[in-house]
Design a binder for this molecule. Structure first.
Ligand SMILES: *[C@@H]1O[C@H](CO)[C@@H](O)[C@H](O)[C@H]1NC(C)=O
Ligand SMILES: *[C@@H]1O[C@H](CO)[C@@H](O)[C@H](O)[C@H]1NC(C)=O
Ligand SMILES: *[C@@H]1O[C@H](CO)[C@@H](O)[C@H](O)[C@H]1NC(C)=O
Ligand SMILES: *[C@@H]1O[C@H](CO)[C@@H](O)[C@H](O)[C@H]1NC(C)=O
Ligand SMILES: *[C@@H]1O[C@H](CO)[C@@H](O)[C@H](O)[C@H]1NC(C)=O
Ligand SMILES: *[C@@H]1O[C@H](CO)[C@@H](O)[C@H](O)[C@H]1NC(C)=O
Length: 200
């Protein structure tokens, strides 16, 4: 018990340290133009946008790249003027998440609830180590919940409910985050019962 607590603290210290180094590196090597090309890569993976949320609004025509901060569903932090929030929930989008999304280095909140996103979650998302809030519920994501979901050092809220995830819930997820919801998938795992009862 004592021992596993020690290892858990040690691991989270290592993760926080790693995140600090990764984002200071990102600050030197990338800029708002990186965030713009990341969002355009996401847009390119949208196969249906019936209400033209992104197709009209997420456009790179403007000369000033910081305009990306005014795109629908996008917010930038005041400190570094980098994308910190992406909220495209409930926009009837169909598509997949591209690996480029892992370049959105400063994002803390990712909400794409209630769309028709499908496929698997790209491994590159694991690089988004500042994420505190992740809501992917009510989509069609498949395969197993990736191991790296347990490694976001700042994670406070995670909802993957009502998708088509299968397999096991990794115990490291339940160690690290505060609010969890995995309802409506085909999952097994020793933490599942406790989670379902703790999430109303
Ligand atoms: C995108 O939407 C935002 C917020 O509704 C608006 O301020 C902005 O002008 C729009 N941009 C374009 C290119 O339509
Ligand atoms: C995203 O936007 C929806 C609709 O505006 C809102 O209900 C939801 O709370 C937002 N998500 C976050 C994480 O703020
Ligand atoms: C989602 O969008 C639909 C249509 O725009 C709206 O009627 C509904 O209230 C929205 N749901 C949420 C949870 O925001
Ligand atoms: C963004 O991510 C992709 C795939 O992970 C990578 O190939 C590309 O070089 C990255 N682009 C930038 C500008 O960092
Ligand atoms: C998920 O995929 C199934 C089968 O392709 C489809 O019938 C269903 O409407 C999809 N649901 C969502 C929320 O994308
Ligand atoms: C869920 O995923 C399985 C394969 O993992 C697939 O056979 C099934 O059609 C999917 N269901 C929906 C609703 O997409």
């Amino acid at each position: 018990m004592e021992r596993s607590h020690f290892y858990r603290c040690f691991l989270s210290l290592v993760l926080v340290q790693y995140c600090f180094i990764a984002t200071s590196t990102a600050l030197k090597t990338t800029n708002i133009a990186t965030d713009q090309s990341t969002l355009l890569a996401l847009k390119a993976h949208i196969t249906s946008d019936p209400y033209q949320f992104l197709s009209k609004n997420w456009s790179s025509n403007s000369a000033t790249s910081s305009v990306v901060c005014d795109w629908i569903g996008v917010k930038c932090g005041s400190k570094h003027q980098r994308v910190t929030t992406l909220n495209i929930s409930n926009t009837s989008l169909t598509g997949t998440l591209p690996p480029e999304l892992g370049n959105l280095s400063f994002v803390v909140s990712l909400d794409i609830e209630s769309n028709y996103f499908h496929g698997n979650l790209p491994q590159e998302l694991s690089r988004l180590c500042r994420l505190r809030f992740i809501r992917l519920s009510f989509n069609n994501f498949t395969r197993e919940i990736p191991m790296w979901f347990g490694r976001f050092p700042e994670l406070q809220f995670l909802s993957l409910s009502h998708n088509n995830f299968s397999g096991l819930i990794i115990s490291s997820i339940s160690d690290l985050s505060k609010h969890l919801d995995f309802d409506g998938n085909s999952l097994r795992g020793k933490f599942l019962n406790r989670l379902e009862t703790s999430v109303a």
